[in-house]
Design a protein. Structure first.
Length: 104
């Protein structure tokens, strides 16, 4: 998906299995590339999956769970991911998030 300011790319085969997203509760490796070349890799999760991941981490003796570029959604669907990216873009969120090239 593109809007002139950025392009959203999903991993290969992702959209063929998008019906699974609400059941899985997460989507990783969603890329956003700005028209100026900056890019970000995002991880989307819902509250249920986030709690499962935190419980798994606690089982490993960790008191935290983190994913780079994590964004929590009410439900993980392609439409909600796209809407979240659009809203975050308009709110200036990506101006505060270091692009991939700056992380390396």
């Amino acid at each position: 998906m593109t809007n002139g300011e950025y392009i959203i790319s999903f991993p290969t085969g992702f959209l063929d299995r998008e019906f699974e997203l609400p059941y899985k509760g997460y989507a990783r490796n969603v890329h956003v590339k700005a028209a100026d070349g900056r890019s970000w890799t995002l991880y989307f999760t819902d509250l249920s999956r986030l709690q499962q991941d935190l419980d798994d981490a606690k089982g490993r003796g960790e008191s935290y769970f983190a994913e780079p570029g994590m964004i929590v959604l009410s439900e993980v669907t392609v439409e909600i991911i796209r809407n979240a990216i659009e809203g975050l873009w308009e709110a200036g969120f990506f101006k505060t998030l270091a692009p991939l090239a700056e992380i390396s």
